[in-house]
Design a protein around this ligand. Sequence first.
Ligand SMILES: Cc1cc2nc3c(=O)[nH]c(=O)nc-3n(C[C@H](O)[C@H](O)[C@H](O)COP(=O)(O)O)c2cc1C
Length: 368
Amino acid sequence: MSTNSLFTPFNLKTLNLKNRIVMAPMTRSFSPNGVPTDEVAAYYQKRAEGEVGLLLSEGTVINRPSSSNDANVPHFYGDQALIGWKRVIDEVHTAGGKMGPQIWHMGIMDNHQSGWIPPVPFEGPSGLNRPGFSNGTTMTTKDIENTILAFGQAAADAKRLGFDCIEIHGAHDYLIDQFFWEATNLRTDSYGGKTLADRTRFAVEVIKEIRKQVGEDFAIIIRLSQFKPSDYNFKLAKTPQEMEAWLSPLVDAGVDILHCSQRRFWEPEFEENDLNFAGWAKKITGKPTITVGSVGLSSDFFGAFAGESSQPTSLDELTRRLDRGDFDLVAVGRPLLSDPNWVTKIKSGKMDQLVGFSKEALGELVLV
Ligand SMILES: Cc1cc2nc3c(=O)[nH]c(=O)nc-3n(C[C@H](O)[C@H](O)[C@H](O)COP(=O)(O)O)c2cc1C
């Protein structure tokens, strides 16, 4: 089956992409004290040279004292970190690429295995990361307001540094998702509530602040997931109606693209048909969507964290869905982590040269 549809341009506002392939955000923890190094810049530059349409950075944290649980995760604040990011985007642009940072606040976390802890306790809607696991404080209204402003500041800085868009990390049980989830948001003020729609208020205010900071023309992506890392089969929205009640306020607040995180892109979201999460999100909102999850690989990314390797697989089912119009863009994680030239190999039909994914690739920034 042809992969031609992956190599058609995509244009939205000031975001002009040469193809439909997006590098998925992947935490690499190679930025000591939160500062991206020259090697980090080279890592992204190589993927731009390798013709990835849009690079999304690893999650990079906003200016809150406990927004991270890892000293080597990059900051998106502070002079040194922003100088590092400026180098990243300049090198990506020189190589002909486009890029957006994934703006992140981790919320309530497990302590990192390194033993590093932030200077103040983790913060979240109700101090919980999952049912029965509390490791931090419940945010006050002032904390919430300052966090919203910090998201806005990061977006303004992204635009000022020359990035092409931004992605808000609203998935995977980090801060924004902790507000969405009834098990981690027990608030009785207007940031909580019985319905998923009620619990979108924090995300809506973050999006509105970001939109205010970046203006109408700058593309805003939000990444969302139905699953939780502690429960792969969990669904925040249990029906299409509930999904509409969740996504519509986010779109109304100013989001342009929905990035729908799944472990396996071919899995249907609801019983009605074979549409995946990105397919349903596009059908419900009419907005462009990004799909992701084991594209071109034989096993999913939670397996990767357990040390599992993956072999290259066919892209036929992916292109069938793309051609049908289910989604607009396709994010690829581990294949691009392992091989900066994954896109050019696909484009030129050199499938026999694909390397798959091996756990060793997690231990370095692969540059060739
Ligand atoms: C090493 C690693 C780090 C990741 N870090 C992030 C992250 O910072 N933010 C995020 O939204 N997802 C993160 N993910 C999930 C990926 O973006 C992606 O959704 C997942 O790997 C599935 O895509 P794949 O099957 O193509 O690898 C990470 C995945 C991996 C393998």
